[in-house]
Every structure is written in C-alpha cells, then in structure tokens.
Design a protein around this ligand. Sequence first.
Ligand SMILES: NC(=O)c1ccc[n+]([C@@H]2O[C@H](COP(=O)([O-])OP(=O)(O)OC[C@H]3O[C@@H](n4cnc5c(N)ncnc54)[C@H](OP(=O)(O)O)[C@@H]3O)[C@@H](O)[C@H]2O)c1
Length: 321
Amino acid sequence: MDILRDADIDPAPLAGKRVAIIGFGNQGRAQALNLHDSGVDVVVGLRESSASAAEVAGHGLTVARVEDAVASADLVMLLAPDEKLATIYREIAPHLRPGAALGFSHGLAVHFKLIDPRPDLDVILVAPKGPGTALRSLYAQGKGMVALWAVAQDASGSARAIALAYGRAIGCARAGLIASSFAEECEADLFNESAVVWGAVPEILTAGFETLVEAGVTPEVAFLECVGELKLIAELIEARGIAGMREAISNTAELGATLGGPRIVDDGVRQRMREVLAEIRAGQFAAELQKEEASGYQRLKAARAKARAHPLEAARKRLDP
Ligand SMILES: NC(=O)c1ccc[n+]([C@@H]2O[C@H](COP(=O)([O-])OP(=O)(O)OC[C@H]3O[C@@H](n4cnc5c(N)ncnc54)[C@H](OP(=O)(O)O)[C@@H]3O)[C@@H](O)[C@H]2O)c1
C-alpha cells in the first residue's frame, strides 16, 4: 500500500493558487485554518445567513459569498453536510472557473452520483480519518491526522499532485496520505458509521447497561462498567493494538473477553454486517440520507430525543462531579 508523507510530496501545485473552502463547520473550520497556517491563500465561502462570518474574519481569513469565493478559486473544497452537496454544486457550477479543481472530504456525493461534475474539472478526495477538532488540534501540536486521498476525474493531468499538496497543507501527510478511491473511502466510512464504531458500539453499551439494570444493578454502577470504561480500552487499543490490549488487561478480564466476546459478536452479527455493507454498496444508505434531509431530519431528531431521555444519561449526570 502506498503511504505518502511530507517528504514525498511537492507543495508547489498549491503555490500561488487560491483555495475556496465552502462551509465553516467541523471540517471546513479545521481545513481552512490549517491551510492558512501552511501559507496557502484561502477564502471561506459562506451563505449570507451564516453566523460564522465574524469568526472566520477573526482568524484573519478572507470570507466571501459562496459564489464569489468559488469564482475566485483554483480549488473549491465542498465541506458542507453531504446531503446538501448536490444542491450546493448546482448553485456553484456556473461560477466554477474552467479547469478548476473540485474537492471533497467524503466520497458519497460523487460515488453515488448525487453530483455529476463538469468534465473540465479535476475531482479530488482528501478525507481526514477523524473529526475536524482533532485535525486542527493535531496540526497545532505539529502532528497530523492520517487521510485517504483519491482522484475521480483528472481533466488537467495534475489532479493527483493537487490532492497530495492539499493533504500536505492541511497537515495530514505528517501522519500519512493513503491512496484510495471514492468508492472505497465512501463505502468503508459508511460501513463503520452504520455497523461498527458509531453504529454498533453505542448500541452494545446501551444494551449492556439495560441488561445490568434490569437484573437489579444500580444504574451508576452499570454506567461505570458498561460505558465509563470505553475510553480506557480505546486508549489501550490505539496505543498497543487489540493484541496488546489483551496482554495489558488482567487474566480475569481477558478470560471474560475470550469466553464472552465471541458469544455476543457471533456469525449472526457478521452476516448482518455483510447485509449492511451490501445495502450501502447498492446506494440504499445514500437514498435514506437524501430522504432524511427532505423530511426535515425527523428520524435523527427522534433518535437524539430518545438518547437524551435514556436512564443511562441520568446516571451519567449523577456521576459527573
Ligand atoms: N465531521 C467530521 O468529523 C468529518 C470527518 C471526515 C470527513 N467529513 C466530511 O466533511 C464534509 C463536511 O462535513 P462537516 O461535518 O464538517 O459538515 P458540517 O460541520 O455540518 O458543515 C457545516 C457548514 O456547512 C455550511 N452549509 C450548510 N448548508 C450549506 C449550503 N446550502 N450552502 C453553503 N454552506 C452550507 C454551514 O453554513 P452556515 O454557517 O450557513 O450554517 C456550515 O458552515 C462532509 O463531506 C463529511 O462527510 C466530516
């Protein structure tokens, strides 16, 4: 596998070029600030209704209306919510310079053809593997966050060089830029969100809490056992891998994990994971995301309200000093 770091990458493709960052949210804020600190000419494109204009200007960044930012840029990064990108692309397409580059931090909109970019554009992906807050704080510490990169359209012949220079300028090549594709990044990312870290882990923590409380265990104790220890195991796995984590814990914990873990995550779970992946690949998730936006995010609002009302939250708050 091809992992590139700072020394492997020429920063020149962004020299004298302007990058427009559309959106100043989780990724937009971090990427704009990192680019600026790397000496890249950045303009942040915001809607007139945006509450972020003062903050952007306060950081010494140029701020402009979305279409003006786009019209002035050589590379336009679309860093707004994925379900909004098709509409945003329709609005900015007439303002994109001939031969400009269009960039994404997630492959969904291009891979599932919510956007059909003009043939004269380079289309690139630089997807940091973590939230913008961490992307920014790592950069400020002189470190970086690993990112996947890909090219979907290479009209100029320079798309690869632009993607790599961009990944370097936002600090990701300090950790490593990994060659991928829009399809791979998108499908693996959606799979993890649906079926592993963001989808299954909170469900299993909640199910464990409910099982103990139903059996008469005090909610605070159930919370400490089933939820409170997550950070400890995450840190151990990050530092030492899953094998190293097993060696670091007590024999009691290790035997419990060895006997109990495979009973919970059995072949049925693996089969349902395959089903989730197949649905993602068939475009079902992308369609659900569009439907969710059209409904005013009804399911997301209901899920947030349900999580807030769960007894696990009351136990967490009682434990909070
Ligand atoms: N969040 C992450 O940790 C993460 C990690 C890796 C990759 N990504 C990818 O990065 C991209 C951005 O995600 P995000 O989480 O950073 O988004 P986000 O925080 O939800 O983006 C919010 C920003 O988008 C702007 N925006 C929303 N609708 C807009 C519109 N119609 N026109 C112009 N601007 C609009 C908002 O402007 P206002 O100020 O006007 O509301 C705000 O500045 C996505 O492709 C996502 O998959 C995200």
